[in-house]
Design a protein around this ligand. Structure first.
Ligand code: GTP
Ligand code: MG
Length: 332
């Protein structure tokens, strides 16, 4: 495939991304997925032009209809001629080729539409983890001029919400039978999303699920934004315009109170710190593994010849050249 293998330079790739060229976008996201140094350079080049796209995170347990809902939303949005990008993030890749295939089928109506770019993304060897890869991919689609970008991730634990934590609006999709997620919401394990879709409303237990979710949300009265719950049927497009309306209302709510800037500031700061901490940790683990002297320290701790915090102090000095970091007083 000579076209697919075409050699992109930093300049041609950035130009292709800016022009919204599908091959350039596909290439750029593959580079992001593989932590290729060229992807870092690309994002550095395009970053000043980003911040225009509105990012919508779509999360929820397996099989609730996230991809079907996104596909239905795409139909609605394309009728309004809005340009859209979709990144389906699959944390369990490479073991779920099936899910990726499912996404392709669900979203296949839109593959030929020049106003839409859709991509499933795993993390084959991505050094910085899914959250970092997702952010980079979002920035690429943002620079390509997509007005709206959907980030789909499966799961409903905190980990998955972190993957799409960069999103401006987070939609949680549930269906009758998503009891575990409702429990996670109730126990505060999962952060309250901005909009909740209870999909598969054709199922008889759908209204019961809505009532359960509503009673949990009613416990939390202090929010300036009360997450709306929308019953949907993705396969028939039922209530999909209503779901979109709620997403737009959340956006308007954020924008009216200066909350969008605030949220983005927080999201980006969290992202930068998360990536930096991830790298520090990887660096530390490598250093300890490669340095017999450091491993000796750990043995001494085990033999009770050295106390744990003294070992920490020595490790910090040796690996990060930090003095006095053991008590945490200098780390704010
Ligand atoms: N009855 C019914 N089936 C639906 C509805 N929405 C989606 N489905 C079906 O549910 C199955 C899963 O849909 P997907 O859209 O792939 O769900 P998903 O949440 O993206 O799945 P993963 O990405 O694999 O977690 C498919 O067979 C859909 O046809 C709905 O509203 N009603
Ligand atoms: Mg899906």
């Amino acid at each position: 495939m000579p076209a697919a293998r075409r050699d992109w330079t930093r300049e041609s790739l950035a130009a292709g991304v800016r022009a919204g060229d599908k091959r350039a976008l596909a290439r750029a996201i593959s580079l992001v997925e593989n932590s290729d140094p060229l992807s870092y350079e690309l994002v550095r080049d395009i970053y000043p032009e980003t911040g225009k796209a509105y990012a919508i995170g779509v999360t929820g347990p397996p099989g609730v209809g996230k991809s079907s809902l996104i596909s239905a939303l795409l139909r609605h949005l394309r009728a309004q001629e809005r340009t859209v990008g979709v990144i389906s993030v699959d944390p369990s890749s490479p073991f779920t080729q099936g899910a990726l295939l499912g996404d392709r089928i669900r979203l296949s109506d839109h593959f030929l539409d020049p106003g839409v770019f859709i991509r499933s993304m795993g993390t084959r060897g991505h050094l910085g983890g899914l959250a970092e890869a997702t952010l980079q991919a979002l920035l690429v689609l943002d620079a390509a001029g997509k007005e709206l970008v959907f980030l789909e991730t499966v799961g409903a634990g905190q980990g998955e919400v972190e993957v799409i934590g960069i999103a401006d609006t987070i939609v949680l999709v549930l269906m009758p039978g998503s009891g575990d997620s409702v429990q996670a919401l109730k126990a505060g394990i999962m952060e309250i999303p901005d909009v909740i879709a209870v999909n598969k409303m054709d199922h008889p237990a759908a209204t019961t699920m809505v009532n359960e979710v509503r009673s949990i949300l009613s416990l939390d009265r202090d929010r300036s934004w009360r997450p709306p719950i929308v019953l949907t049927e993705a396969t028939r497009g039922e209530n999909v315009p209503e779901l979109w309306e709620k997403i737009e209302e959340h956006r308007a709510h954020l924008e009216s109170e200066g909350g969008l800037e605030e949220r983005r500031r927080k999201n980006l700061a969290a992202e930068v710190f998360a990536v930096a901490s991830g790298r520090m940790k990887a660096h530390l683990e490598r250093a300890v593994a490669d340095d017999p002297e450091l491993r000796r320290l750990l043995d001494e701790v085990q033999r009770r010849e050295l106390d744990p915090l003294t070992a920490v102090r020595e490790i910090m000095e040796r690996v990060f050249k930090l003095d006095d970091a053991t008590d945490g007083t200098d780390s704010r």
